[in-house]
Design a protein around this ligand. Structure first.
Ligand SMILES: Nc1ncnc2c1ncn2[C@@H]1O[C@H](COP(=O)(O)OP(=O)(O)OP(=O)(O)O)[C@@H](O)[C@H]1O
Length: 357
């Protein structure tokens, strides 16, 4: 199963992308990052729709791009299934013809179109033009078209964003089933952490045109490596530390004790894990409770710290719950306090690029 390896340097006005990425041919790799960090640009570079100033792209043994050797395969020779944010459907073609458009020579076109119409629940819409479809329906047609062409690599930009909650769940499942046996590198760009949790085997985090973290999803969520990446991954309660006094972190928000590695330079940030802090009548971090939500298995408390920064904690149903509007003190166990550097400089790529092995 050929993997995809790329080393790319690209710049346009006010933006530079510089990274090394390896995408294996099993499982789904999700790419996350703040708006404008270069996720779509990376997909366009991989597909051959943009050319890097320097770089190298290899799919299995086949070189797609090598600037030094003047090799640059045209997009059609890379056989990439691409789904853009605007879906790029042909407006004059019906749903069925849009799906049939990129089919390989020799396949039974009618059977293949029927298969994908059924798989993505599009059969009743087969003869409609894209202008007569809803946003979510267009998104499904674009996904069907990308998958039907039997691509060697699949690159998807926000493939589930335009559908409602229940259809989104269904679409994720259909998508997972559809790509499970394909044995091709699949990259999915999304802003939705739920997409990542439900479909991704690996997660890459991009910030400012760089790949700051790439690895198995569980690993990346549990160990983001630094505070910037942690925020992209939705970690709550990242607090700037103004000073350390032995093992106590202080900021305008208050102070808490942490377990510090004595060899580590004092980190600039701590994250407080939401599971663990509990209200106490003794000494603790002062908060004002602003909202309490019953989440079924636990209570979610949204609090404000001394400097008004938010703190979210989860209390087990068995624990007493402070009233909204009340002041409280929270006991924060040391193991819930995770010291983080604001930005880690060490490369943290857990899927090795053989060229650097
Ligand atoms: N066609 C273009 N011409 C000039 N600049 C562009 C163009 N497309 C994107 N950019 C700029 O390049 C940078 C990277 O954009 P890109 O679309 O890759 O980001 P992104 O991470 O995909 O963002 P989003 O999550 O908002 O889709 C941004 O600064 C953007 O403004």
């Amino acid at each position: 199963m050929p993997d995809l390896q790329a080393t790319l340097s690209f710049a346009r006005k006010d933006f530079a992308l510089d990274l090394d990425i390896g995408i294996p041919a099993d499982g789904i790799t999700a790419l996350l990052g703040p708006s404008g960090c270069g996720k779509s640009t990376l997909l366009r570079l991989l597909a051959g729709l943009e050319t890097p100033h320097q770089g190298h792209i290899r799919h299995g043994d086949r070189i797609w791009l090598d600037r030094a050797m003047d090799i640059n395969l045209a997009p059609r020779h890379r056989r990439v299934g691409f789904m853009f944010q605007d879906y790029a459907l042909f407006p004059h073609l019906s749903v069925a013809r849009n799906i049939a458009f990129g089919l390989r020579r020799g396949v039974d076109k009618a059977a293949c179109v029927r298969f994908w119409l059924d798989r993505l629940s599009l059969r009743p819409l087969a003869e409609r033009k894209p202008s007569a479809l809803s946003g979510g329906q267009r998104q499904r047609v674009a996904l069907a078209r990308a998958l039907a062409a039997e691509p060697q690599v699949l690159l998807l930009d926000e493939p589930f964003s335009a559908v409602d909650f229940s259809l989104r769940q269904e679409l994720r499942l259909m998508f997972q089933e559809a790509v499970a046996d394909a044995g091709i590198p699949v990259v999915l760009v999304t802003h939705d952490l739920e997409d990542v949790r439900q479909v991704a085997d690996r997660v890459g985090v991009m910030i400012d045109g760089q790949l700051r973290r790439l690895g198995p999803a569980e690993d990346v969520f549990a160990r983001p490596g630094d505070a910037e990446v942690a925020r992209v991954l939705g970690w709550p309660n990242t607090l700037a530390v103004q000073a350390w006094e032995r093992d106590t972190a202080r900021g305008a928000w208050g102070q808490v004790a942490a377990s510090l590695d004595p060899l580590m330079r004092p980190p600039e940030v701590i994250a407080i894990h939401p599971d663990g802090p509990t209200p106490t009548s003794g000494q603790g971090l002062p908060v004002e409770v602003t909202r309490v939500t019953d989440m079924g298995g636990y209570h979610a408390l949204l609090c404000r710290l001394a400097d008004r920064s938010p703190l979210r904690i989860h209390l087990p149903k068995s624990s007493p719950v402070p009233r909204p509007g009340s002041s409280a003190r929270l006991a924060i166990p040391r193991e819930c306090v995770i010291p983080l550097r604001e930005r880690s400089t060490a490369p943290n790529l857990t899927y090795p690029n053989p060229r650097h092995a």
